[in-house]
Design a protein around this ligand. Structure first.
Ligand code: NAP
Ligand code: MG
Length: 509
């Protein structure tokens, strides 16, 4: 390491911070400036196994899984109280390491993450027993269900919302009594490390309950997905890696939840209120430069209002201010990496080659202060056919594909013609009509007259190849619980037993 003044982050295993076996560290960068922010330990497979063993030990012999729900809830509430005191600091790390704008980090990423954490702290305080209806087959019996933690959870998260994704993984898992090994994305480990550091300093979790390992997904991810001591894998990221995670986890039949990509339709109906639908479409497509799985990147606009709508949309999009994230007037910061910038430029070229019309063409800004970041301005393509790559593949950048439609039935059919099914939005002044459209969209979330609204109480997840299972709401807790049925037979008469005539030695009684 060259610069000793930079922070150093180690692996968090069994309640202690330590270097990886290789003692190797990787730099973590600011994607807006190219500056190195910190050095982060690079774990190998054996380090990962240490973390898994610590979580296994904590689950099999530690206090956390068997703690009274009220006590677990109280601890999680205390943790959120402490995290709330560190909001500004967490937002700062998020902004610098992920390219989130100051406004997004401070008004959305961190406060939303804390609201979601609080939600699971509250849900932790539940009696995990559920009554069943009276069962009389074959004799009177007493039945109930007990929700129990699954065990050791391997959790793998992406670079686009590093703090929120860390919360979505560890909060429900801990609330339901599991033990965790978290692996942040290599580009953006810092806010998750800070989160775990703050939790560590509270001293409230038994050692091994929460572990964090940083390093390459191919090594750590593979160990988490295949190690027999891991009971569940929760993954958020690309559909391509998600398929691999599912395949790897199948060797030991782990419970798997996946939150994968999207190519989400935004449907503008002919009676949409233009003021809000234009801004809403921008918000849907360009929030965090489109580096969002539920981004509305395919925009279907009714031919009846198309010209008026598009004129305003392009005008507004061209006014989005691209700049350094720390500047309070910046709407769009950088993309996460040089590689992601090249990917986005490749898709813009693919759109041009396929014959789509660039009514707004993205370019790298020329301002000197942006020269070292991965910046690109928004692109809007019209004359897009739904079979073009720019309409079918997840770009994860500020590229919007617009399709004009004549009949709503056709628009719904095209909206559903994708391997994905994460989210959609429908914009109309007629709520009855919009709800009927929502019913016909094959996606896990449909917003009417809004987009990207993710609440702690509502389920979030994908149809089709956008994923498996749901996060948040009560569904998020259930994804971290096993269901155990307990049957107590109440009859003491042997002859009344179901099996009496099937398998009982013939005796006189
Ligand atoms: P990714 O490759 O799917 O990575 C997501 C996470 O999985 C990271 O922590 C990554 O670790 C880890 N990983 C990588 N290879 C793995 C493997 N073989 N087994 C287990 N875990 C593995 O996503 P990305 O590289 O960050 O982004 C690529 C594309 O994914 C984007 O362009 C976008 O289309 C999509 N994406 C989707 C979402 C979403 O929320 N749905 C979020 C981010 C990205 P490393 O960071 O160490 O590689
Ligand atoms: Mg990757």
């Amino acid at each position: 390491m060259s610069d000793n003044s930079l922070p150093i982050f180690n692996l968090y295993i069994n309640g202690q911070w330590r270097a990886g076996r290789s003692e190797h560290y990787e730099p973590a960068y600011d994607p807006a400036t190219g500056e190195v922010l910190a050095h982060v330990a690079k774990a190998d497979a054996e380090d990962t196994r240490d973390a898994i063993r610590a979580a296994r030990q904590a689950f099999d012999h530690g206090a956390w899984p068997n703690m009274a729900p009220g006590e677990r809830s109280r601890i999680l509430h205390q943790i959120v109280n402490v995290l709330e005191e560190h909001q500004t600091e967490l937002a700062d790390w998020e902004m610098h390491n992920s390219g989130a704008t100051w406004r997004k980090a401070n008004l959305m990423d961190i406060p939303t993450g804390l609201v979601h954490f609080r939600h699971f702290a509250r849900l932790a305080d539940f009696e995990p027993l559920e009554p069943l209806p009276q069962i009389t087959f074959p004799t009177l019996s007493y039945n109930f269900v007990r929700h129990e933690p699954i065990g050791v959870c391997g959790q793998i998260i992406p670079w686009n919302f590093p703090f929120l994704m860390a919360v979505w993984k560890i909060a429900p898992a801990l609330a339901a009594g599991n033990c965790v090994v978290l692996k942040p994305a290599s580009y953006t480990p810092l806010s998750a490390l800070k989160l775990v550091e703050i939790i560590h300093e509270t001293g409230l979790l038994p050692p091994g309950t929460l572990n964090l390992v940083t390093g390459p997904g191919s090594v750590i991810g593979t160990e988490l997905c295949t190690n027999p001591l891991v009971d569940k894998i929760a993954f958020t990221g690309s559909t391509e890696v998600g398929r691999d995670v599912m395949r790897q986890a199948s060797s030991t039949v782990k419970k798997v939840t996946l939150e994968l990509g999207g190519k989400n339709p935004t449907l503008i109906l002919d009676d949409a209120e233009l003021d809000i639908a234009v801004e809403g479409s921008l918000w849907a497509a360009f929030m965090h430069n489109g580096q969002v799985c539920e981004a509305g990147t395919r925009l279907f606009v009714s031919g009846k209002i198309y010209d008026r709508f598009m004129e305003r949309l392009v005008d507004r999009a061209s006014k989005l201010h691209i700049g350094l994230p720390a500047d309070g007037t910046t709407d769009l910061g950088p993309l996460i990496s040089a590689g992601q910038l090249r990917t986005v430029e490749g898709y813009i070229q693919a759109g041009l080659d396929a014959g789509a019309t660039p009514v707004l063409l993205g370019r790298r800004p020329t301002e000197p202060e942006l020269a070292h970041g991965h910046f690109i301005t928004p692109t809007i393509f019209t004359n897009v056919r739904n079979d073009m790559r720019i309409a079918q593949e997840e770009i994860f950048g500020p590229v919007l594909s617009v399709i004009k439609y004549d009949s709503l039935e056709e628009a719904i059919r095209l909206a559903n013609e994708t391997i994905y099914g994460l989210a959609a939005s429908v914009w109309s002044a007629d709520i009855d009509r919009a709800v009927k459209v929502a019913y016909q969209i094959r996606a896990g979330t449909v917003w009417i007259n809004d987009h990207h609204i993710i609440s702690a109480e509502a389920p979030f997840g994908g149809y089709k190849q956008s994923g498996l299972g749901r996060e948040l709401g009560e569904w998020g807790m259930k994804a971290y619980s096993e269901v155990k049925h307990i049957h107590v037979d109440l009859s003491r008469v042997r002859k009344n037993r179901f099996w009496y005539d099937i398998l009982t030695p013939q005796i006189d009684d």
